[in-house]
Design a protein around this ligand. Structure first.
Ligand code: SAM
Length: 277
């Protein structure tokens, strides 16, 4: 099955089974869904970041990138020439994902944030804008050119003081980033879309998570292999609540939750009749 068909099929299965905030009984999940999925407030930061995306879409620039996309642990990245507009359209967080990231950060008020996969800095900017001026983020990016572009974008958005972008493969940068952070309040996994690698990074970050930490993952429906990794994360003994919103998934470790729960939650506008039934 092609990647597109796999994703479409996964979305239909998700949509049929998903609940909305109106059918959510867990207080933590209810609060999270209200804040992240349902809040319709608009922020100037959204416009600024989307203007930047429009500029990238209109740009004639072709970049020399090291494509880490799907390479194995020991493989070297492929060198490719990629239009900047393609990185803005296909490899960056969408506006919807960006708003969820912003609101997740706003809700959690993290002090220490880690991102695996900065790309050209779109998701990084949404997170950095939402997390507030006192918080600090380390964002790891394998492709040196993308890291430079991401840095320039954060500078334009006046967010560079909050974020340090570190260039190099995760296998070389993650350990140091974890040591420097010490403890993590929010982690966004958005690079190296292979199941085994995702599980390895998840395990490596886990000792730095505390009761209120939230892990966010993108692309769990990219491939069967990524979906399997996501299912294994849901059943991990330290995970007490997992919320699958299809476009992004959220993992909680709050030990005060008595029963482990896994929820499929869609924004109410995806199922408007759920307001009443
Ligand atoms: C989907 S893009 C990130 C998009 C970005 N987080 C956003 O929200 O706009 C994934 C990025 O991860 C990087 N990446 C993938 N595998 C990597 C690895 N093993 N080490 C370092 N970077 C990697 C890629 O170079 C790519 O730029």
């Amino acid at each position: 099955m092609s990647s597109f068909l796999y994703r479409l099929n996964a979305f239909l299965r998700f949509w049929l089974r998903a609940r909305t905030v109106y059918q959510t009984h867990s207080p933590l999940a209810f609060e999270w869904a209200q804040a992240v999925l349902e809040d319709e407030r608009h922020y100037y930061a959204f416009e600024d970041i989307e203007v930047l995306r429009q500029r990238m879409r209109a740009s004639p620039l072709i970049l020399d990138v090291e494509d880490y996309g799907h390479v194995g642990e020991q493989e070297r990245p492929e060198r490719r020439r990629v239009p900047l507009r393609q990185l803005a359209e296909r490899s960056s967080s969408s506006a919807l994902q960006g708003r969820w990231l912003f609101r997740a950060a706003q809700q959690l008020r993290p002090q220490r944030v880690l991102e695996l996969g900065a790309g050209v800095g779109v998701g990084t900017a949404y997170l950095a804008a939402g997390m507030g001026p006192q918080a600090r983020m380390i964002s790891l990016e394998g492709c040196a050119t993308c890291a430079q572009v991401a840095e320039a974008h954060l500078d334009m958005l006046h967010l560079s003081e909050r974020v340090s972008i570190r260039s190099g493969p995760f296998t070389q940068t993650l350990t140091q980033a974890l040591q420097d952070s010490g403890v993590l309040d929010l982690v966004f996994f958005d690079g190296h879309h292979r199941g085994e690698a995702t599980l390895a990074y998840f395990e490596q970050c886990l000792p730095f998570a505390h009761d209120k930490t939230v892990f966010v993952l993108d692309d769990v429906y990219w491939s069967p292999d990524m979906t399997e990794a996501w299912q294994r994360i849901q059943t991990h003994p330290r995970v007490t609540l997992s919320i699958d919103c299809f476009e992004l998934v959220f993992v909680f470790f709050d030990s005060a939750l008595r029963e482990k729960q896994h929820l499929l939650l869609a924004p109410t506008r995806w199922k408007p009749w759920r307001r009443w039934v």
